[in-house]
Design a protein around this ligand. Structure first.
Ligand SMILES: NC(=O)c1ccc[n+]([C@@H]2O[C@H](COP(=O)([O-])OP(=O)(O)OC[C@H]3O[C@@H](n4cnc5c(N)ncnc54)[C@H](O)[C@@H]3O)[C@@H](O)[C@H]2O)c1
Length: 294
């Protein structure tokens, strides 16, 4: 029997805003493997995710992968804005808006929510599938300091902050943290602006540092570097389909990747099958990263 059974394991998945991104595919794969899955979504999209989860509609989106019977329902869903470590960090004017006034939607608040909903269960898996730049459509030269720093804060530093907050719950569990990166971290990728390439470079550096510090507690930290995929976030970059087609034509496999392939690789990194793997970047990009083709 192959050891991909995650029964009895608990997963916290960030970055689910709808049923069209990597976070959703990963959450479903973890559930299909038997894990209990908790979603920590941006406070402004919790309502959207709730609608997708409503039974009686969207059954196709919720269907479990791997030909399994049944549909995806998380074991908990709550708001988390990863830009804020603690409640006090959330600006007053934001705290009073509809999405933020339900409670503490900081990272600390999300961890408390997880503990309350899971009745104090330890945490085995943390998925970081979050990225944002307010100026994603501006090229690197035109990007403002403020947008650059926001991209770093939301897309990279949040992995450090979330790992730090989760670590006390993960110790002694052979736990696994997985984040999502993109080849633009190391190769100039026109069109991937707003400071996002720098944020991914920082994320990759951070994952190596976190692998060292979390490794002391037996916790692994890895990244999946995905090929371009037309998620909601990617569509805001601009002509994502042109990026997908361009990459597909120049990849060894001559085709685009799917969200399910990213989820499969993530599942591997969360499972005992990868127990000796940490600090790694696993490319799920149809091989594009080995090419020297423009
Ligand atoms: N789509 C691609 O082409 C591609 C390629 C490689 C890597 N990635 C990475 O995959 C990950 C998931 O992105 P996706 O493409 O599936 O898009 P997506 O839109 O489904 O996910 C991005 C998520 O980030 C969340 N988010 C943004 N700011 C946040 C904040 N302050 N607090 C909490 N959540 C916040 C959004 O709500 C959304 O759920 C990201 O790290 C992205 O950079 C995407």
């Amino acid at each position: 029997m192959v050891n991909l059974n995650l029964q009895g394991r608990n997963a916290l998945v960030t970055g689910v805003a709808d049923d069209g991104g990597f976070g959703w595919a990963i959450a479903k794969a973890l559930k299909a493997a038997g894990a209990r899955v908790y979603l920590a979504s941006h406070p402004r999209v919790v309502g959207i995710v709730e609608r997708i989860l409503r039974r009686g509609q969207n059954a196709e989106a919720r269907a479990l992968p791997y030909g399994l019977e049944g549909e995806f329902q998380p074991d908990g869903l709550f708001g988390c804005d990863v830009e804020y470590d603690r409640f006090e960090d959330i600006p007053e004017e934001k705290r009073s808006t509809k999405a933020y006034k339900e409670g503490d939607v900081s990272i600390a608040g999300a961890m408390a929510q997880y503990q309350a909903l899971s009745e104090g269960a330890p945490l085995d898996i943390l998925i970081h599938a979050v990225a944002f730049s307010p100026e994603i459509q501006k090229n690197h030269l035109e990007t403002s300091r403020s947008a650059y720093l926001t991209a770093q804060s939301v897309s990279a530093y949040s992995l450090v902050a979330m790992t730090r907050a989760a670590l006390p719950l993960m110790q002694g569990r052979n736990a696994s943290v997985v984040g999502l990166t993109y080849v633009a971290a190391t190769r100039m990728t026109p069109g991937y602006g707003g400071g996002m390439a720098s944020a991914k470079a920082a994320l990759e550096c951070d994952a190596r540092a976190l692998a060292w510090f979390a490794g002391e507690h037996g916790v692994r930290v890895n990244l999946v570097s995905a090929g371009p995929f037309p998620s909601r976030a990617a569509r805001s970059i601009g002509d994502i389909q042109a990026m997908v087609d361009h990459t597909a034509a120049r990849s060894p496999l001559r085709r685009p990747i799917t969200a399910e392939e990213v989820a499969d690789a993530t599942l591997f990194l969360c499972s005992p099958l990868s127990s000796g793997v940490t600090g790694s970047i696993l490319f799920v990009d149809a091989g594009f990263h080995v090419m020297n083709a423009l």
